[in-house]
Design a protein around this ligand. Structure first.
Ligand code: 5AD
Ligand code: SF4
Length: 452
């Protein structure tokens, strides 16, 4: 008897990703698990058999966007004669799964961030019109065990999730509720994933985690105990072909000396460090349950700079947390002036249902939040522009990743994560090449191929 292998019929998949890089990674892995079912990516939702919205719940606006997007998808689904399957994944799905099913009947399935390895099985249930199609379990171990470690590389840079979830419970943040408790993958599975990517020509790896520097993965087979992020970075740095390592996002409390000294030791560890502080007032930091002070944060940044004098520093800020006074806000401005950032993200405090901050007294007026945000962003823009202009005249190694908008132009990334535009460089895509920086704006650098 000959065994017949069935080739699945070709289907089109459209995934829209909101929010952080963890979601970008998760969307990639969803594409991987759906490939054996015959799904190939498309750029047009109306052309898709399966549409997945991979959602973000971090701020109110992000959540609202999901519901408005679902309204549009509903119309496309009707136009397709109901052929389209609509899935909502990610953190809104985790937090509001039942509500989504109730508010938008066009949605066929809802799955939280720890459940996307179950997508094939859930799609089968939708097709059979049986069973429960809401999956919001928290078993992150099961997810990583179920996902294939072998991945197809897509370009020169790749994201690798090494840690998920958070036990810190900052009082403004939904992550501990949507992503669950802190979990680290084992060193062996991470190394295998990174090796596989490097073997396919990936030059730059960004290690991801909601609290990436809290990483404490099981040591490699044959060794007892756990490894921290510093140890993991030293090990990954030896993998042939890998030229750039990054990690994001860190928490000040988990910055140990071992990790800081890795900055002084490892050339492949890029001189860019994102360490969110959120606010500069110790009173606000306490109310946020951040378990660090402005002073301890500044000291950490000083130590990193001591190890790596050329490091570019980045942060996240929240303005208008409940109880934040003008004086507290000025402390944030002072901290920014003292640290001097290459870049930073800043947000108005957004009241998230279920978090302690949402119930606190002293909610700040929207108009006050607006004004503070504008002032903070103006200061950060100044610092970013200054940092970018400091690169003019320097020669930087640039990893070329994409075609630019102009004929012959290529786009790449500097070690400091700046976008760099270079003419007549499209033949260099995929390579790291020295570029002489000749111009700088707030958002990017321009360079010419170095003749030195
Ligand atoms: N409101 C505003 N910003 C928030 N962030 C997290 N939760 C909130 C909230 N409720 C910001 C923090 C965090 C980044 C990912 O999003 O600055 O570091
Ligand atoms: Fe949210 Fe704080 Fe955890 Fe970061 S450390 S994910 S801000 S709770």
């Amino acid at each position: 008897m000959t065994e017949q292998t069935q080739t699945p019929s070709p289907k089109k998949l459209f995934i829209k990703t909101y929010g952080c890089q963890m979601n970008v990674y998760d969307s990639d892995r969803m594409r991987d698990v759906l490939k054996p079912l015959g799904y190939t990516p498309t750029d047009a939702p109306d052309d898709a058999d399966l549409v997945v919205l991979n959602t973000c719940h971090i701020r109110e606006k992000a959540t609202e966007k999901v519901f408005s997007e679902l309204g549009q998808l509903k119309r496309m689904k009707s136009a397709s004669g109901g052929k389209m399957t609509i899935a909502v994944a990610g953190c809104v799905a985790q937090a509001e799964g039942a509500e989504i099913m109730r508010r938008q009947p066009a949605v066929d399935l809802v799955l939280g961030p720890q459940s996307y390895h179950k997508l094939p099985e859930m799609i089968a249930k939708v097709a059979r019109q049986t069973g429960d199609v809401l999956e919001t379990e928290f078993d992150v171990q099961e997810k990583f065990d179920a996902l294939p470690i072998k991945r197809d590389a897509d370009g020169m840079s790749a994201l690798v999730s090494i840690q998920e979830g958070c036990d810190k419970f900052c009082t403004f943040c939904v992550v501990p509720y949507t992503r669950g408790a802190e979990f680290s993958r084992s060193v062996d599975t991470i190394v295998a994933e990174v090796r596989g990517l490097a073997a396919q020509g990936v030059k730059e790896i960004t290690l991801l985690g909601q609290n990436v520097n809290a990483f404490h993965g099981a040591a490699p087979a044959g060794e007892n105990g756990e490894w921290g992020l510093g140890q993991l970075l030293r090990h990954l740095a030896k993998i042939g072909g890998l030229e750039r390592l990054r990690f994001t996002t860190s928490h000040p409390k988990d910055m140990d000396d071992d990790l800081i000294s890795a900055y002084g030791e490892l050339d492949v560890l890029m001189p860019y460090f994102h360490l969110p502080v959120q606010a500069g007032s110790n009173r606000v930091l306490k109310a946020m349950n951040r378990s660090h002070t402005a002073e301890s944060y500044i000291e950490t940044m000083r130590k990193v700079r001591e190890q790596r004098p050329d490091v570019a520093l980045a942060s996240d800020f929240i303005v208008g947390f409940p109880g934040e006074t003008d004086e507290d806000f000025e402390a944030t401005m002072d901290l920014v002036r003292e640290v001097k950032y290459a870049s930073a993200y800043s947000f108005k405090y957004s009241r998230r249902p279920g978090t302690p901050g949402a119930e606190m007294f002293g909610q700040v007026d929207e108009a006050v939040k607006d004004e503070r945000l504008q002032r903070l962003q103006a200061l950060i823009r100044e610092q970013t522009t200054e940092f970018n202009q400091q690169q003019v005249g320097r020669t930087l190694p640039v990893l070329f990743t994409h075609n630019g908008k102009l004929e012959g132009q290529a786009l790449g990334k500097s070690p400091y994560l700046q976008s760099v535009h270079v003419e007549n460089a499209q033949h260099l895509i995929g390579k790291i090449v020295d570029v002489e920086i000749v111009g700088a704006t707030l958002s990017s650098l321009t360079g010419v191929l170095s003749t030195k």
